[in-house]
Write a new protein. Sequence first.
Length: 133
Amino acid sequence: MKIAKIEITDKLFLKKIKDSINRIHYVECGLCGAFRVEAIELARVIHSFIDRSKDASDEPNDSYSDLLTGITESPGEFESFEEYQKWEVSNDRPAYYFLDDDDFGNKKYGSYDEIVLFCDLTCNCFSKDKIKE
């Protein structure tokens, strides 16, 4: 299981994420409010925050896109379709089809199984001090 941690200093943003995630997809620390969430569910929530209107503010959308880029990956370039198929069969991370807005087949895949989101560095919940990612 591959786990990453993300420190979010804005407590209101952390609460917004937590309120948007279905409770069956995360576990919360009762002391500091940090939570461990399934990566695909976090990606769905962050993707839903992106404002696609013409007069949308770039700053929050850029932050959301950066966060999604940090927890997903693209397969990269392949010399042939057969090489890509071999990679896809051996890849154990799920494709996040909901991120393919343009429907050009630019699939994004999860980089992690779970993400620990926190704002309190002093609490040692979820052994976040041992998570390297």
